[in-house]
Design a protein around this ligand. Structure first.
Ligand code: PRP
Length: 175
């Protein structure tokens, strides 16, 4: 089953370049810039974005898991893998592939702020417009999308489709 295109490869490329330009302007002259990607989904976005950023930066990774995903009652988040080097005093830009309820990002921002970074900003390629359950500000957003099941460009369905070069829509079985 071939996912139906929601955002084409060309549109992603164009938008990633725009975001990189915007970040470059905002962070020009800043030291200790850290791009912190949330695994697994953000790995492709990070790779494309980072290679277009002239601002000196380092990359870090975290893996988070959430329980009761999709249920309003739970949504607890746990750190599965943490950064390797301290972010204290750094200008951190969290890189996400998708914001759904906002719970993962809210948790992560609150956690990072306890570690005394110089600043924390957020960047996500897509956001599901009508799904947010908690308030979380996205400083750099690629696209707002409707509440459909999306895959590709890092996003998976049962670990499939992550390396699809575009963002497509699939109908999960049972839905
Ligand atoms: C996705 C995405 C975010 C989170 C967003 O990760 O990368 O981290 O869900 O959802 P929320 O806004 O409702 O918290 P996922 O759990 O699918 O893990 P993966 O990136 O490893 O596929």
């Amino acid at each position: 089953m071939e996912p139906k295109t929601l955002i084409s490869e060309a549109d992603i490329r164009r938008r990633v370049s725009e975001l990189a330009a915007q970040i470059s302007r905002d962070y020009a002259g800043k030291e200790n810039v850290v791009l912190l990607a949330v695994l697994k989904g953000a790995f492709i976005f990070l790779a494309d974005l980072a290679r277009q950023l002239p601002v000196p930066h380092r990359v870090e990774f975290m893996a988070l898991s959430s329980y009761g995903k999709g249920s309003a009652s739970s949504g607890q988040v746990r750190v599965e893998m943490d950064v390797r080097d301290s972010i204290e005093g750094s200008h951190v830009i969290v890189i996400e592939d998708i914001i759904d309820t906002g719970r993962t990002l809210r948790y992560l921002i609150d956690l990072l702020k306890t570690r005394h970074p110089a600043s924390v900003a957020t960047c996500s390629l897509v956001r599901k417009q009508d799904r947010h359950e908690v308030e979380v500000e996205i400083d750099y957003l690629g696209f707002d999308i409707p509440d459909v099941f999306v895959v590709g460009y890092g996003l998976d369905y049962a670990e499939q489709y992550r390396t699809l070069p575009y963002i497509g829509i699939v109908e999960p079985s049972g839905s």
